[in-house]
Design a protein around this ligand. Structure first.
Ligand code: C5P
Length: 228
């Protein structure tokens, strides 16, 4: 008999942020939003209610998923605050800029005025902020690392107080941006599972299965339950 899946409210962030310097230039990164969009579509197909917060991408909005667009980290923060109470599961795949220009020039900065000095200020760590008030919500983060992927992801899992982190490596040989396949490390507590050359579709299924299980466990703290 097919196991009945519980329906959840799932909030997913995806894609890059853009931190504008002037009206036509910004600081950003090469995130394409693929894994967040695949997660959103898979979560919807499983019968969940899904809200996708998306940075600028070229991807088509997933069918049946409420999609809200953002540009900057501060806009993303406003969106996550808006949907926080509604969500049971929050999956943050967005590549959020850690810094933004302190001031956005309202006119194009001209090159003949000499080299501009762009002062940066820190963006809030959105996921960390959500985790501070998480209660029994399931919070999942992503970490893209250029070295020591497991150690660095573990550190983020702990410092951000997450239930699960998905670590992956960016190296000369492996650039995950926009690819359909990657090598990922799923880390919960002290438990690390490596998934080599897995498709993003399959990875999304595994993450959503874990999220389901974690949700069940967190909602029944007295009963506990086996994690794996
Ligand atoms: O950038 P970092 O490696 O710390 O990102 C890890 C996780 O934290 C990701 O899930 C990302 O979406 C989230 N994050 C965030 N706000 C930031 C930086 C990262 O929510 N300012």
């Amino acid at each position: 008999m097919k196991k009945k899946q519980l329906k959840h409210n799932i909030l997913i962030t995806a894609g890059p942020t853009r931190e504008f310097i002037d009206p036509i230039r910004f600081i950003s990164n090469p995130s394409t939003g693929t894994i967040g969009y695949i997660l959103a579509q898979s979560a919807k197909r499983r019968g969940n209610d899904v809200v996708l917060l998306s940075g600028p991408t070229h991807l088509d909005a997933p069918v049946g998923v409420k999609t809200v667009c953002f540009n900057s980290a501060l806009e993303l923060k406003k969106c996550t605050d808006r949907f926080f109470d509604w969500a049971d599961i929050i999956i943050c795949t967005a590549a959020v800029a850690d810094f933004r220009p302190a001031k956005i020039s309202n006119r194009k900065i001209k090159k003949d005025n000499g080299l501009p000095e762009i002062k940066l200020v820190k963006n809030p760590d959105i996921l960390k902020g959500l985790a501070r008030k998480k209660k029994n919500k399931v919070l999942i983060g992503f970490a893209l690392e250029t070295e020591n992927v497991v150690e660095n992801s573990l550190k983020k899992l702990k410092s951000k107080n997450l239930d699960l982190i998905v670590g992956n490596l960016l190296s000369e040989k492996s650039v995950p941006f926009g690819k359909r396949q990657l090598t990922a490390f799923l880390i919960e507590g002290g438990n690390v599972k490596k998934h080599s050359k897995i498709s993003k579709k399959m990875l999304a299924r595994i993450i959503l299965d874990r999220a389901d299980k974690l949700c069940y466990i967190l909602m029944q703290p007295k009963k506990g339950g086996k994690l794996w």
